[in-house]
Ligand binder design. Sequence first.
Ligand SMILES: O=C(O)C(=O)C[C@]1(C(=O)O)C=C[C@@H](O)C=C1
Length: 119
Amino acid sequence: MTTTNRAIDKTHTCASMAEVRARIDALDDILVPLLVERGGYMTQAATLKARADQVRDEGRIEQIVRRVRERAREEGGEPEVIEAIYRAMMEAYIAYEHREFARLRAAPGQQQPHEETAP
Ligand SMILES: O=C(O)C(=O)C[C@]1(C(=O)O)C=C[C@@H](O)C=C1
């Protein structure tokens, strides 16, 4: 017997667009906390890296892309879609990691983006 693994088979069948959107919102409620947690590792990476030119690591990016394409295939998804999402996501994280790198090394007394400003 052949086993199929398709994205559509993972979904609940919806009777309306409102239901499709409610299902997507529910998945986003799972994804966003995970993305925030992933972002926390950019802060750790920014702490551990010695130089700003180490923030972007092309070798690691390509390794991640190969890995998530394979994971997408295993899950019955489209590797191209997952690759595009990951490349865009990593660009956003690289920009964030650069901001964190600068923030963590800012001179004391200098305005910190994460600090509350007095009214
Ligand atoms: O692995 C790293 O060096 C990271 O900083 C993490 C991360 C990522 O988003 O996974 C971000 C920037 C690098 O270009 C590579 C990967």
